[in-house]
Design a protein around this ligand. Structure first.
Ligand code: PMP
Length: 422
């Protein structure tokens, strides 16, 4: 039984052999379907579609208050400090790029390096390429990885440790509180990429002493188009305005600009009010979930899937660390491959012949996939509050069929992707 209603749960997917079947969405990690409550809320606020901060009209007033309220709701959701900035962005990628423009500089020189692990999503690797940075290879265990981070921080000169809350490839959760303490001990700050963590675990940046956190609405049961960066205001208020334009200035003259501080500094132009508001609404629903039921729901699907996959000859389940506890330290993600079949072909087959949707490829984490020995990619099933055990059953039945009967259709590569041949 799903834990919460999501819109689109009853999509009928066409099968290549004929007929339709209820779409089994096992691709929540890429984008989670909007909660029904969230789509209802979207319809509620749509009539007040008006620009914020720029008009005295009634709709503008409502729109402005919806938008500004969304900041407070998101701050609550992450357990933010009263003075933390809550900046709305396009997505996690945008949030981390914004942060990269706000690293402290003294006399024109960066105060230190950004440090990150090799297991990161590109959103938490590539924004740091334009600033002084260092990377380290995660060890085979979380415990040794913490040691490696400590050793690197001891070398000095790190201003920011940028780390994922949970791997988008394997779903393994990183010990954020311990890493935050380590970073602070060595005079660095910590930024957490919570794109995957936020939709699965309650977050408290005050308790964990996290300086910055970023996540995306579309992975958290809200529509595409809005993300957020929450964190300490000093760097953000001094950093390069992320989107220079209307609203980002106190005063603009032809010979110079006095930039605004606060979120406005980085949110030039007309903001995505509906995106921010629906993101905030989704966080409220998620925050109200009974944590035990929530984790039990995802954990039951996960262990059912992992056990089922491991029983199938030729299927391998992948993880990064040897010491992660699948029940407590892993979100609703299972990564696997099927011997003898290209991951993209398996994904095309599951979609065309079983109506199951999942992700294949290298998951925007090329260094990690290389080190896992999967240079051509693997498969990822991911799920959340709207998922049912039956979705996992459908995936398992599909893989069993593939192993025993083989493909039921011819497939060809078209523009780099496997597709059914017609
Ligand atoms: N970080 C992680 C861990 C992710 O899984 C993703 C999305 N796959 C991102 C960052 C980037 O998110 P977005 O595409 O919404 O910017």
């Amino acid at each position: 039984r799903p834990l919460a209603a999501v819109s689109g749960a009853e999509i009928q997917a066409p099968l290549i052999h004929g007929g339709h079947v209820r779409y089994a969405n096992l691709d929540y990690g890429a984008s989670a379907p909007a909660l029904s409550v969230v789509s209802a809320y979207l319809n509620e606020i749509l009539p007040f579609y008006a620009s914020v901060h720029r008009g005295a009209g009634y709709a503008s007033q409502i729109s402005t208050s919806v938008y500004e309220n969304a900041r407070a709701i998101v701050r609550d959701f992450v357990g933010g400090r009263p003075d933390d900035s809550v900046i709305f962005t396009r997505n996690t990628t945008d949030s981390l790029n914004l942060l990269a423009g706000c690293l402290p500089v003294t006399d024109g020189r960066p105060d230190g390096d950004v440090l990150y692990l090799d297991i990161e999503h590109h959103a938490n690797l590539l924004p740091w390429q334009g600033v002084p940075h260092r990377s380290i290879v995660a060890a085979d265990t979380i415990a040794e990885t913490i040691d490696a981070v400590r050793a690197e921080l001891r070398q000095g000169g790190v201003s920011l440790l940028a780390v994922t809350g949970a791997s988008n490839v394997t779903g393994e959760i990183l010990p954020i509180r311990a890493l935050a303490a380590l970073a602070h001990e060595h005079g660095a700050r910590i930024a957490v990429d919570a794109a995957q963590l936020a939709p699965h675990r309650r977050i408290d940046i005050t308790a964990d002493d996290v300086d910055y956190i970023a996540f995306s609405g579309h992975k958290l049961y809200a529509p595409f188009g809005a993300g957020v960066l929450v964190g300490r205001p000093d760097w953000l208020d001094a950093g390069t305005p992320h989107l220079a334009g209307g609203g980002a200035v106190r005063e603009a003259r032809l010979d110079g600009v006095s930039w605004a501080t606060g979120p406005a500094r980085h949110e030039g132009g007309s903001p995505n009010v509906l995106g921010a508001a629906t993101l905030a609404r989704a966080t409220q629903v998620i925050a109200e979930l009974d944590q035990d039921r929530w984790h039990a729901h995802e954990s039951a699907i996960r262990s059912f899937l992992v056990e089922g996959l491991q029983e199938i000859d030729g299927v391998t389940v992948h993880q990064i660390f040897k010491d992660t506890n699948p029940d407590t330290d892993t979100i609703g993600v299972v990564n696997f491959s099927v011997e003898g079949y290209d991951a993209g072909l398996v994904a095309a087959y599951l979609s065309a012949e079983h109506g199951v949707g999942l992700r294949d490829g290298r998951f925007c984490a090329h260094p990690l996939l290389k080190r896992l020995g999967l240079p051509s990619g693997s498969l990822r099933a991911s799920f959340g509050v709207g998922s049912r055990l039956e979705d996992a059953e459908r995936l398992l039945a599909g893989i069993r069929d593939l192993r025993t009967k083989g493909l039921g259709w011819d497939y060809v590569v078209d523009a780099g992707r496997w597709v059914p041949a017609n």
